[in-house]
Design a protein around this ligand. Sequence first.
Ligand SMILES: [Zn+2]
Length: 253
Amino acid sequence: MWHIVSIIFGAIMGSFLNVCIFRLPKEESIIWPGSHCPYCKNPIKFYDNIPLVSYLLLGGKCRQCQGLISFQYPLIEGITAFSSLILFMKFGVTLSYLVYFAFMAALIVITVIDLYHQIIPDVISLPGIGAGLLASLIIPQITFLNSLLGILLGGGSLFLVATLYQWLFKREGMGGGDVKLLAMIGAFLGWKAVILTILLSSLIGSITGIIIMVSKGKDFKYAIPFGPFLSLGAVIALFYQNEIIFLYLRYRG
Ligand SMILES: [Zn+2]
């Protein structure tokens, strides 16, 4: 029963995340006005705005003008619903579930905005750092000290790498947005998870970079945003950090 509630809650929140993804980069209000069709500008009726369901019923088209609705809408709703379900299965009906759902929701919005615009909005990452630190006071998964160390290590280490990179190659490699994002990840997950997130995201990012370079030719100069890899690394750390650290300690030799 609660499984279904968590999926529905996730899908509804995913619908809100779509609004954030489209409006935050344009610095528009995420509350007002309501959803409009991008083609005919008609307001979308509440019964045509049901997460996942409406997209299927309407066949991915606007009811008024038949304009194609972006597949991003049901995709984000589905991913958010799935995130809600797996978090519920890990934490149950607890405050920790809500805290880490908010954390994953922030990562989803950051990932998509970074893919589209190559920016990580401060309006998410900076309050996120504070929210993670405050949450450490009320949930059992992380202590206040661990959260604080996570912020310092996350912000500090990437800042160091970014500065070093800029000094060596005379151009900006990693943005300040990545630094604030990793500080936020540290606030919610602690210092060990920060190290794990850096390792995982560098590994996945390198492999992806090589695949793109091979498939698009050697003169490929497009900068791949790093935020999505940090986010993915953080989610893996959230669910599997104890298992990964255990395996590492067991097999290091
Ligand atoms: Zn329309």
